[in-house]
Design a protein around this ligand. Structure first.
Ligand code: SF4
Ligand code: SF4
Length: 332
């Protein structure tokens, strides 16, 4: 029988042991329904999640809710929105209690004296012209001033088909301000013309992602297996989609048979009562879903399936390490 130790040499086994000690139990929280941008293709607004619930305004209720979440076993809070930095007291309520990650568009600077080591992921949708087309603004010009050289920040670079041939320029800009970058792919939820993927474009973007990882290993937090899985939508010959997705809110998960999934995962709306279907859009057709975190988690929850060859298991370890770095469980 193949086992982890029989497939790995000493160095890889040490890497495996380091991550196998982590017992990450994440959930996702809409900190607010408001945002200071309205991006074309934003899953939150395009699927009506901003109207799904009345926002809870009392801070003591947020605090009590977070305490209950910790009792439920959550040890990683992923804050999204809307724009979480519009409500820093809510962000602080999480930050004071448990490991926390904050997604932001970077237009408001998180005060580092209040949040010295909060991991910040800044959304970026391409170069200046794509950002203007999709978000109405060159956000990098602002966020790069706020976060240059910040060791607890990375750009979450959502690559669109228009970015093919231009990814290196964006990565270099990020490298030059001393920040890391992680890549994912746009799911074109609002069907903006020219922003849906063709099979050829997905193939091309995979090789470009591999190339920037090879050439900027100090800047790009990624691995080639992740690029393969997210661009092909396949893992070990299995197609991604509703039947396989690991990031479905647990009480909504009536799938039978149930696939491997994130334990106790819930995506909470900002009333702290309503739940959304999954980590992303309520209305997205799962067969078109390119959500980066869902694909990463898909690999991570399927460890057993990767214990079939040394390469498969090493691929699994690299994806797990990437996730652990992005959420500050291990150093960059
Ligand atoms: S900044 Fe984020 S939450 Fe706000 S509209 Fe854009 S994608 Fe949506
Ligand atoms: S939209 Fe994506 S993340 Fe949500 S359930 Fe479907 S496949 Fe999973």
């Amino acid at each position: 029988m193949k086992t982890v130790s029989s497939l790995l040499d000493e160095a890889w086994y040490a890497r495996y042991k380091r991550i196998s000690k982590l017992n990450i139990r994440s959930s996702i929280y809409d900190v607010t329904n408001r945002c200071n941008l309205r991006c074309k293709g934003c899953f939150f607004f395009s699927s009506g999640q901003d109207k799904a619930a009345e926002e809870e305004n009392r801070l003591d209720r947020w605090e009590a809710f977070i305490d209950r979440e910790m009792v439920r076993g959550v040890n990683l809070a992923i804050l999204i929105g809307g724009e979480p930095t519009l409500f820093l007291d809510r962000v602080d309520a999480f930050y004071q209690r448990l490991p926390t990650f904050c997604a932001t568009n970077g237009l408001i600077k998180l005060p580092r004296d209040r949040f010295p080591d909060l991991m910040v992921g800044i959304s970026l949708w391409g170069d200046e012209s794509d950002e203007k087309a999709l978000r109405g603004k060159d956000t990098f010009a602002i966020s790069s001033r706020h976060y240059a050289g910040d060791p607890h920040t990375y750009y979450l670079y959502t690559i669109t088909p228009k970015q093919i041939g231009k990814i290196e320029n964006v990565v270099r800009k990020i490298r030059d301000i001393g920040v890391k970058v992680h890549m994912q792919l746009l799911s074109n939820d609002e069907e903006v013309d020219g922003f849906s993927w063709t099979a050829q474009e997905l193939n091309d973007v995979r090789y470009e992602m591999d190339d920037v990882l090879d050439r900027y290993p100090e800047t790009v937090i990624s691995c080639k297996y992740y690029h393969e899985v997210i661009t092909s939508g396949e893992m070990l010959g299995r197609p991604f989609g509703w039947n396989e997705c690991p990031s479905v809110t647990e009480p909504y998960d009536t799938r039978d048979p149930q696939p491997k999934r994130l334990i106790h995962f819930i995506r909470w709306a900002s009333d702290l009562k309503t739940m959304h279907r999954c980590c992303t859009s309520e209305t997205r057709d799962c067969s078109t879903c390119k959500d980066g975190a869902a694909h990463m988690s898909w690999v991570m929850v399927n460890k057993r399936a990767h214990i079939r060859s040394t390469k498969d298991l090493q691929n699994w370890i690299e994806v797990y390490e990437m996730f652990a770095k992005l959420y500050q469980f291990i150093p960059w």
